[in-house]
Design a protein around this ligand. Structure first.
Ligand code: 5GP
Ligand code: ZN
Length: 148
């Protein structure tokens, strides 16, 4: 089965659709009408969890306008519970879109990653700077796109 990022991907080919449907077992933390939360099977920190849309959308941009608030309406509640249960104060939410951004499962999900002081997670951000008028030109182009 080839890997494809398409909202048309049949749900029967999607591992998270199978988890949502209960066809693949998961350690479920939460469920409402539009999302579930489960423990990630390969946690990068203790408590690393996934908040998964029930409907199959390949990426964030495939969610129809107006539906996102419903999907994430209980995100804060799940994160709060996760932090209390793990005794963590800090957390990262990571949401990968497309393979070049590290997305392996093309079904909308948010990584909920509890953080501890001096834990071994390091984001390898190589910071850069804009040259000359680059940032102004870029901002102008983005504003133009937003106005369309
Ligand atoms: P992505 O790279 O698509 O943002 O993240 C996919 C995540 O799903 C990975 O962190 C991976 O460990 C997790 N994952 C993949 N298959 C399963 C599974 O069958 N069960 C659970 N609980 N997590 C899974
Ligand atoms: Zn799916």
């Amino acid at each position: 089965m080839g890997w494809a990022l398409s909202p048309m991907l049949p749900n029967s080919d999607c591992i998270f659709c199978k988890i949502v449907d209960g066809k693949i077992p998961s350690t479920k933390l939460f469920e409402d009408d539009s999302a579930i939360a489960i423990l990630d099977i390969n946690p990068i920190t203790f408590g690393h969890s996934l908040y998964i849309a029930k409907e199959h959308y390949a990426t964030l941009l495939d969610v129809p306008e107006g539906k996102l608030p419903g999907i994430i309406k209980n995100l804060q509640k799940v994160v709060s519970a996760l932090l209390k249960a793990t005794g963590c104060e800090g957390f990262n939410i990571i949401q990968n879109n497309q393979r070049c951004a590290g997305q392996l499962v093309p079904h909308l999900h948010f990584h909920l990653i509890p953080r501890r002081p001096n834990d071994p997670i390091h984001f390898n951000w190589q910071i850069g700077t804009y040259q000359n008028e680059e940032s102004q030109k870029l901002a102008e182009e983005i504003r133009k796109q937003l106005a369309e």
